[in-house]
Design a binder for this molecule. Structure first.
Ligand SMILES: [Zn+2]
Length: 132
């Protein structure tokens, strides 16, 4: 799969949306394990293709590990995970009470551990979400 890198500014915007911006609340969507992307790619590749950004180019790196966008929810480690643990997660937008406010499914990158945090409300920027 070809990834076309966008202008640096846009990469920075997406990096900020993943790691800093906090204008959208999301939760992991339920019952999505059987939903697979076309042409045998992964949801992570789908996200990278749609955004034009490669995760390993924008996530902070430490000793070969990368900072999970959901790092603030990590209690088990410092938020840095092996690169292959970062996947494209199905999420939905919610309000402060955790009620779904938008029926669309979105893909956003987080680690496989965060993908299992079904009771957590995460915050990201709009640009970190790609419509499923
Ligand atoms: Zn995580």
């Amino acid at each position: 799969m070809k990834i076309r890198l966008k202008r640096f500014n846009e990469s920075e915007d997406i990096q900020q949306a993943l790691l800093d911006a906090e204008d959208v609340r999301i939760v992991n969507a339920e019952d999505t394990a059987d939903d697979h992307p076309d042409n045998n790619s992964s949801w992570r590749e789908y996200w990278e293709e749609e955004t034009g950004v490669k995760l390993e180019d924008i996530l902070p790196e430490k000793n070969g590990k990368f900072l999970c966008p959901g790092h603030e929810h990590h209690k088990e480690d410092d938020g840095y995970v092996d690169p292959e643990k970062i996947c494209g997660c199905h999420v939905q937008k919610v309000n402060a009470k955790g009620e779904v406010i938008d029926k669309n499914l979105y893909i956003t990158p987080m680690c496989s551990g965060c993908n299992k945090r079904i009771n957590d409300i995460f915050k990201v920027g709009r640009k970190a979400l790609v419509k499923r």
